[in-house]
Design a protein around this ligand. Structure first.
Ligand code: GLA
Length: 695
């Protein structure tokens, strides 16, 4: 049983495999947090402490660990909910109205029912317990039962209480071409805020929190939560004056207000959260397993070829067919035609919105290319940017009011384009129909859905920071229902939309426009903390790299990209024979190891050397892989020691290195380890290993 209730004391204990979460209802009807951490079995041990005021300047609400602090009363800390009732009252006073439990195949659920004492306004706190994954999901639904409209100014799905001070907070920072730069900082008195105000969620920060007590990969307490939404978010971490740390993450209240009509209900974006007593590895593992089994679409992701870096906007049927043939020869399974195939799209300033095939580039239509691709036994994918329009496009000329704007202001362009107001029903219908027609008319297996600018001049509605992405989600859901064979890739100028919201809607995710194989090691490492490897698209591209100007050997570039879902973005028509042969070898190898890479357990291994090795392990059943990279050797002769993890201590494993086979016990490989010495710049190696069957 995941939900244990002490009815006498009104205390709820939520258990997963190794974690407990407890809260209760006190004699004043407040929902008070009691515990989050290592599993405690006996609900009887928990008591609800009596509330006593410290001083008139430290009101009890400030000290009380509330599960869902609302705005009102003597509360000054971060609250989860602030509404304005029709008469202007901005305070909520809730009463506890009981609980319900539910069970599905995936989770057990506890629902705590709250109601305002004066207004017909319901707040239901949902706790979904995913026992096997050691994870819980919190969300809140609110319902307006009054006869008038209510305004929601802030709504987060719950407060998290961590009973320690001096924690480390980590997240990522970044910008276009430099997403997923991991950082860690000490939490002290005051607040840390991460947020997004752009409507395109994640170039700068990512909607999750990780709080640890000097944890390593394999030891120490880690508390974490990830938001299931790609709109504007804010996350607040606060070390209070009363010996604990608070965390919240949810819809950003900046420029936000949502109206709830009489009878209307709204579910706030959920937070998937957990605790690990054994470091970051367990956190990542639980999230990865959960995402693989409960969120992501099943099946391995194909090796793709994308022509963007090779041809830019300058696409035409002849050239793309040549590329497709070569892509097939080296082993690609999916050919993706990127930007430039439609309307008058010759650069960034025209075409978006005019989704008809450009006849001068494709004189015989798209079918010519598609049938060639199909004849080559490859899948066909195509790029679109449906939320956008160029001012010069016919779509804008006929519907200038379809973009976000204020009536009396000029909207800003960015990358030469405007953002369509996805809140408008006619815009939603246009986008859906355009894509539905495209997928119906052509044999398309894969859509790369891009979004290349943030939202500005949002118009008078202040809920678009949420409703925009909800409309996108809904269109993709509908399209997938009608065209279930089509895979959807989420891209937003690279990795601008990667979060646990989009993960449940799309199938493939473009990690970053930065395809420099060395930069990618950092990006991919940070990405893996929260997101599963199957959701990490990685391409091999040409050198010198267009962003870094760096020259990196092709083998290293392949190895780096083979850490995720492999794609190729080179101008393969210019490959030398040697490059072509290496590509064939690498892609063939990737297909062999793909099940382990895309669905295996992933380990960020320790590097005990002074040389900066990047060491990773993948393990699936009896088979595993080691990926080792040495971008630059500082002390050439000094190697490293690879200590594997997750093996069976008493089993025997065989590692196939370039220098011959090594056979050792799991115990030995995990503790003594294996010495590895790479030399030179951009050295890399993939070492497969396998558990030996007992004779
Ligand atoms: C964005 C994407 C790229 C490419 C271009 C096309 O930058 O991230 O992969 O599709 O748009 O314009």
């Amino acid at each position: 049983m995941s939900i244990v209730i002490n009815k006498k004391k009104d205390i709820f204990l939520l258990n997963t495999r190794s974690v407990s979460y407890a809260f209760g209802i006190d004699d004043q009807g407040l929902i008070r947090h009691l515990y989050w951490g290592k599993k405690i079995d006996s609900v009887e041990d928990f008591e609800m402490p009596v509330l006593t005021e410290v001083s008139t300047n430290d009101p009890v609400f400030e000290i009380t660990r509330e599960e869902f602090p609302v705005y009102g009363g003597l509360r000054y800390k971060e609250h989860c909910l602030r509404v304005v009732f029709a008469d202007g009252t901005r305070e909520i006073v809730y009463q506890y109205c009981g609980y319900e439990t539910d069970r599905t195949e995936e989770y057990e659920e506890l629902i705590i029912r709250l109601k305002d004492v004066r207004y017909d306004f319901d707040m239901n706190l949902h706790y979904r317990i995913y026992e096997d994954y050691d994870l819980m999901e919190r969300s809140v639904t609110v319902k307006n039962g009054t006869a008038q409209r209510i305004q929601i100014e802030k709504l987060h799905s719950g407060q998290f209480h961590i009973p320690y001070e001096g924690l480390n907070f980590s997240n990522v920072h970044g910008h276009w071409g430099a997403e997923q730069q991991r950082f860690t900082q000490k939490v002290s008195y005051g607040k840390i805020v991460i947020e997004n105000r752009r409507g395109i969620s994640t170039h700068n920060h990512n909607p999750y929190f990780i709080l640890d007590r000097n944890a390593t990969e394999t030891s120490g307490d880690v508390y974490f939560g990830a938001l299931r939404m790609s709109g504007n978010f804010s996350g607040v971490i606060e070390q209070t004056q009363y010996g604990e740390t608070l965390a919240q993450i949810g819809l950003n209240s900046h420029d936000f207000m949502m109206e709830l009509e009489p009878g209307e209900e709204f579910e706030a974006p959920a937070v998937i959260c957990g605790y690990s007593e054994s470091g970051f590895e367990t956190m990542s593992r639980n999230l990865h397993h959960f995402a693989l089994k409960n969120i992501l679409r099943e099946g391995y992701r194909p090796v793709l070829y994308n022509s963007w870096e090779a041809t830019g906007f300058n696409v035409n049927s002849r050239e793309q067919i040549k590329l497709a043939k070569k892509a097939r020869e080296i082993g690609a399974e999916l050919f993706v035609l990127d930007d430039g195939w439609f309307g008058e799209r010759h650069g960034i300033d025209n075409g978006l919105g005019d989704w008809y095939v450009n006849e001068s580039k494709f004189p015989n239509g798209l079918d010519e290319l598609i049938s060639e691709v199909k004849a080559l036994d490859m899948k066909f994918g195509i790029w679109v940017e449906p939320e956008m329009v160029n001012p010069k496009a016919q779509l804008y000329q006929s519907h200038p009011d379809w973009i976000y704007h204020f009536e009396t202001r000029t909207s800003d362009t960015s990358r030469g384009q405007y953002v369509l107001n996805m809140g408008k029903k006619e815009v939603q219908d246009f986008v859906y129909e355009m894509l539905d027609n495209l997928l119906t008319e052509y044999e398309i297996d894969y859509i790369k859905w891009d979004a290349n600018r943030p939202i500005s001049q949002p118009g008078i509605r202040r809920d678009i920071w949420y409703t925009h992405i909800e409309a996108v989600y809904e269109i993709v859901r509908k399209l997938k229902k009608k065209h279930p064979q089509v895979l959807f890739e989420a891209c937003a100028s690279g990795g601008g939309r990667i979060d646990y919201g989009i993960l449940g809607i799309f199938d493939d995710f473009w990690t970053s426009d930065n395809t420099d194989a060395y930069d990618r090691l950092y990006i991919q490492d940070a990405y893996s903390y929260i997101y599963p490897i199957k959701a990490m698209r990685a391409w091999v591209t040409d050198c010198p790299n267009f962003l870094s100007g760096r020259e990196i050997p092709l083998r290293f570039r392949y190895h780096s990209a083979m850490m995720g879902t492999l794609g190729i973005g080179c101008n393969i028509l210019k490959f030398t024979e040697e490059e072509e042969n290496l590509s064939k070898e690498m892609i063939c190898r990737y297909k062999e190891i793909r099940p382990i890479v895309q669905e295996g357990d992933f380990y960020r291994l320790e590097n005990p050397s002074e040389n900066r090795y990047f060491l990773y392990e993948y393990l699936k059943g009896d088979q595993g892989l080691i990926f080792a990279f040495l971008p630059q050797s500082r002390v050439g002769h000094r190697g490293t020691t690879i200590r594997l993890r997750g093996l069976e201590e008493n089993a025997v494993y065989t590692l196939k290195t370039e220098f011959g086979e090594i056979t050792k016990s799991g115990n030995y490989l995990m503790n003594f380890g294996m010495n590895l010495s790479l030399t030179g710049d951009y050295a890399s190696i993939i070492i497969p290993f396998e558990k030996k069957n007992r004779e």
